[in-house]
Design a protein around this ligand. Structure first.
Ligand code: SF4
Length: 62
């Protein structure tokens, strides 16, 4: 399973992750939530690669 790490200090809130893959990245009650099981790993890696701030990092612990 993928482990997704988000660095709040780096995030510039461009919204690419939540717009591109809301099944995985979403804001609930003002908090950023990540569901690593919400989409195929390839799709998650693609969105993480497009994060402009480098706030998202994927670790594969399988
Ligand atoms: S794509 Fe990156 S910078 Fe943009 S909101 Fe998501 S984590 Fe933050």
């Amino acid at each position: 399973m993928l482990k997704i790490i988000w660095d709040a200090d780096k995030c510039c809130h461009a919204g690419i992750c939540v717009d591109s893959l809301p099944e995985v990245f979403r804001v609930e009650d003002g908090r950023f939530k990540i569901d690593p099981n919400g989409a195929e790993p390839e799709r998650i890696r693609d969105v993480v690669a497009r994060c402009p701030s480098g706030a998202l990092v994927v670790e594969d612990d399988s």
